[in-house]
Write a protein that binds this ligand. Sequence first.
Ligand code: SAM
Ligand code: SF4
Length: 335
Amino acid sequence: MNNDKNILQDSHARKHTYLRISLTERCNLRCSYCMPEEGVELSPKSHLMSFDEIYEIAKTFVKHGVTKIRLTGGEPLIRKDISVILKKLATLPVELSITSNAVIIHKYIDVLKQNGIQSINVSLDTLDKNKFMFITKRDQFGIVYANILRLVKEGFNVKVNAVLIKGINDHEIIDFINFTKELPISVRFIEFMPFEGNQWNFKKMVSYKDVMDCVQHSFNSKKIIRLQDSPHDTSKNYSIEGYKGSFAIISSVTNPFCDSCNRLRLTANGQLKNCLFSSTESDLLTPLREGKSIEVIIQKAVLAKFKVRGGMDTLKKLQEPKLHNKNRSMIRIGG
Ligand code: SAM
Ligand code: SF4
């Protein structure tokens, strides 16, 4: 290991301070853009990280400068030991947050609060009950909607993530923005990204420009306010004058934010992914179980990080199925 340098700094001078940990490959919804229609081959239970292993790996990252951890999945809240995981990670000096589909989050409000979680990202791609059923294959719109309102009332900082797909939910952009009129939430429109088995095609994607054209068409330009983005923000943030909430666009496809990337990802079976789009992974779980140091492997993986989107640095390359299909499906990465 090169001790002169932080092991979380890559060869493009990016320091990685943010770790996203996937807790499970399973989910209680079946979003078409995330879960391949034929399902996914799940890792055997013995190949998944236990809560102690999650903690041990997280502790190593924190030792080397990680200050923020987000739990994701699959659906992180369906892990039976979620309360123990939260309790253990809450002992680390990090900002802890979670991304959830909110189907069962009402059962965890106290646990989330007790463990210092303040910020929650919730996926909701439509404000229409039938469309929700169409996209997720489950009839859970009512509870997800009610839970978003509940989280806001309980004082959480709530971001609502909506993946836009042409012909499916792109006519709801303004409805979503109007959802922020009385609610202090941030709605984030995410460009549909390609992963193994998700039937992606460029024409289905609603771009940053498409969203802004729609917004400019519907609101007086003087009322559209460009907000200051935070450092490392993946989103471009806006609000409508007088609205309590805001909206944003995450443009990983048309306008990637790789220059300021500070993220690393750990899959539920203990593989380190140095980029969301990377087709390679580094096994941390096996050496951890063998009692070996994982720091050298982490450093090597971080140094191998490509400058842009796992090496798919042009839109042309991103559109190549033989390149983007080498990556796991999103449900097995963890968003
Ligand atoms: N189950 C949780 C949820 O849905 O919020 C956490 C896991 S989910 C994989 C994390 C995020 O990935 C969600 O916000 C989801 O919308 C996003 N996502 C999944 N597939 C995507 C795709 N193909 N393109 C863009 N975003 C995607
Ligand atoms: Fe499940 Fe989240 Fe993927 Fe939807 S986006 S299938 S809720 S993991």
